[in-house]
Unconditional design. Structure first.
Ligand code: FES
Length: 137
């Protein structure tokens, strides 16, 4: 059996933010994904808000979190870390697309057949890193 690609050690997934990496989907497009602590587990979501899907939750230095929920800094949508459901904001009720990951012996592996691991970090040069926040904390 082929060894599943390791995304990161569990230690590298922060308690109150996200770990950013890149995946390739079946259409050969590179997308960003995030790991987030969800209680004892780790959840994995595509890194795009469900209000405007070109907007990233983690803009390169970790997504904002409040009370265990991911916060989109553009218009303040909140997403539960463990379910990906938007509980507040302009896309309330929408769900972040999930990727399957597995934690084994202190490492997090991508085990989703629909995606292939590319590397850690953001996609470079797509312009979104300059988008500004409308939300003050
Ligand atoms: S783009 Fe995320 S809440 Fe509007």
């Amino acid at each position: 059996m082929e060894t599943e690609p390791r995304i990161a050690t569990l230690e590298r997934v922060p308690a109150e933010s996200t770990f950013l990496f890149r995946v390739r989907n079946g259409d050969d497009e590179v997308r960003e994904a995030i790991l987030v602590r969800a209680g004892e587990d780790v959840a994995c979501w595509l890194n795009y808000c469900q209000h405007f899907t070109h907007i990233k939750l983690d803009k390169g230095s970790g997504a904002a979190m409040r009370n265990g929920e991911l916060v989109c800094e553009n218009h303040g949508a909140y997403f539960e870390a463990d379910s990906g459901i938007c509980t507040y904001g302009p896309c309330e009720g929408a769900t972040l697309p999930e990727l399957e990951v597995t934690v084994d012996d202190g490492d997090v592996y991508l085990t989703d057949d629909a995606y292939e691991f590319v590397d850690t970090g953001p996609i470079e040069d797509d312009g979104d890193l300059t988008s500004t926040s409308n939300v003050e904390f």
